[in-house]
Design a protein around this ligand. Sequence first.
Ligand SMILES: Nc1ncnc2c1ncn2[C@@H]1O[C@H](COP(=O)(O)OP(=O)(O)OP(=O)(O)O)[C@@H](O)[C@H]1O
Ligand SMILES: O=C(O)C1=C[C@@H](O)[C@@H](O)[C@H](O)C1
Ligand SMILES: [Mg+2]
Length: 163
Amino acid sequence: MTSIILLGFMGAGKTTVGYQLSDQLGYSFLDTDHEIEKQVGLSIPEIFESYGENYFRELETQVLKEIPLDNYVIGTGGGIVEKEENRALLKEHNNTVYLKVDYDTILKRLVNDDSRPLWKQTDHERLTLFNRRQAYYEESSSLTIQTDALTREEVSNQILKYI
Ligand SMILES: Nc1ncnc2c1ncn2[C@@H]1O[C@H](COP(=O)(O)OP(=O)(O)OP(=O)(O)O)[C@@H](O)[C@H]1O
Ligand SMILES: O=C(O)C1=C[C@@H](O)[C@@H](O)[C@H](O)C1
Ligand SMILES: [Mg+2]
């Protein structure tokens, strides 16, 4: 089966649901953030600090271009939709799912989180990012699931129902 790609803002549950869904399907799971960390040998905050966001985005596009197209669940980074080139690649793929969450839910999930450099901005900056990306996630995906009130198992089951 065509690989399933998960999109959504930081804290939407792409990594969490990705592991759950790949377990249920008996597929392997690949997370673009983890792949980049493995390649560079540094954590995401360290990559941002040492090389900057633009370098991270270049690696992200490279990883996206090389994802396995079949029999994988792919978790992406929340900002993968920022580049038009990436959005075009995501649109070409059939099974791209947008895990949609309200900003309030993200605030609760990522309270005290310091593993996401772009989450450590002011609340105004984060909200601006969140609002700008909504249309990008929508246009890049073929299915949207509102996940605020769902457990990881329920999100995974919804994806399996519609894919
Ligand atoms: N459906 C859910 N219900 C409750 N908590 C959840 C759910 N999905 C994820 N979480 C929690 O939210 C936090 C962020 O989840 P996760 O790391 O999977 O997000 P992500 O979409 O991969 O974010 P990023 O874009 O930064 O990689 C984790 O603490 C996770 O346990
Ligand atoms: O929303 C973003 O731009 C990011 C989300 C994370 O998954 C990581 O890819 C990184 O922290 C950037
Ligand atoms: Mg993740």
